[in-house]
Design a protein around this ligand. Sequence first.
Ligand code: CP3
Length: 358
Amino acid sequence: MSEEENLFPDLKNDLILKATRGENVSRVPVWVMRQAGRYLPEFRDLRVENEFFDVCRTPSLACEVTMMPIKKYDLDAAIIFSDILVIPQALGMQVEMQKGKGPVFPKPLLDATDIKLLNVDVDVKIELKYVLDAITLTRKTLDGKCPLIGFAGAPWTLMAYMIEGGGSKTYSKVKKCLYVDPESCKNLLSILTRVCIDFLVEQVKSGAQLLQVFDSHAGELSADMFNIFCLPYLKDIATSVKKRLGPNQSVPMIVFAKGSHYALKDLGESDYDVIALDWTMNIEDARRLCPHKTLMGNLDPCALYSSKEDIDTRVKKMIQMFGTSKYIANLGHGIYPDVDPDHMEAFVNAVHRHSQSL
Ligand code: CP3
């Protein structure tokens, strides 16, 4: 254990860490992507007075929001309140969070060569210090209740936002770049990969006990394009972060490449410890293709709109499919803002109840 780590309170709940190592657990660990977010009335209240990125940039507020679901539910991990788009911001791009619209880049990159405005030599220890400080404060505030997850957006997903200027139905602007100028795309993806690696390493040094890489737009690509523009960078991130941290400081890493059915075998052979599945993925296929990995997921976020009884039944079925070892229960994508917080509770409690009885 590193000296820095000794400064943090002892961990009282290590279920999720055990699950990542394939060790026996007394119950299946559970957390929910986007658990610190808009479905929580406490968060919406805090947002009335505070801009989204101001919350991200103020460690005391980011810590407060991270703790909201932890205080309310019996969760086995916390995820630091931040956003994947802090990396484009650190590179010098402006990002606005518009009501009802989501993230908007007023000046997106015109194409993958348009990187002259980017501060490609960014030092994340300086530009993203506020995230690192939020992690340290939150790790202390958690007081060992459960582990803290740090995260970053994957290069392809970040590049998609930077060129599309926000969300998109077709991703045709950024995909056009992949087809007409693959070499410049690879250059931009390499820049983003370097920043992701630096950022994730620093998050661990600041107190993150697991890491997740979000490739939310992976499924926009065909299998062969994924193999060129996603997979090598995703693999490099896991390998390099672990190499930089060394065996004593390394933490388990989760990859969520949404929609990338065709990539399960390759991800199963990567240096990630945990493969997160979306709700369209077949659990048996994933077990067969990733025999050495822990799996995470994958209830359809919309299932939380059903009755508490139905949620309970679906959770039981999900755990029966995954089994109770090498498994972390979660949704197949982030929780939606209009989900009833009591249904989140029904989900979390159902995981605990059923995984103890199965
Ligand atoms: O609870 C947590 O998971 C921690 C915080 C977190 C946020 N965003 C807070 C947030 C995390 C891990 C993210 C990741 C993120 N951000 C992803 C990857 C995961 C995914 O859902 O695919 C992506 C694609 C983004 C980009 C982003 N940020 C979008 C598309 C939006 C708008 C739509 C939405 O989902 O809310 C955001 C805004 C955002 N990020 C909010 C929160 C709580 C809501 C902003 C608000 O308060 O208005």
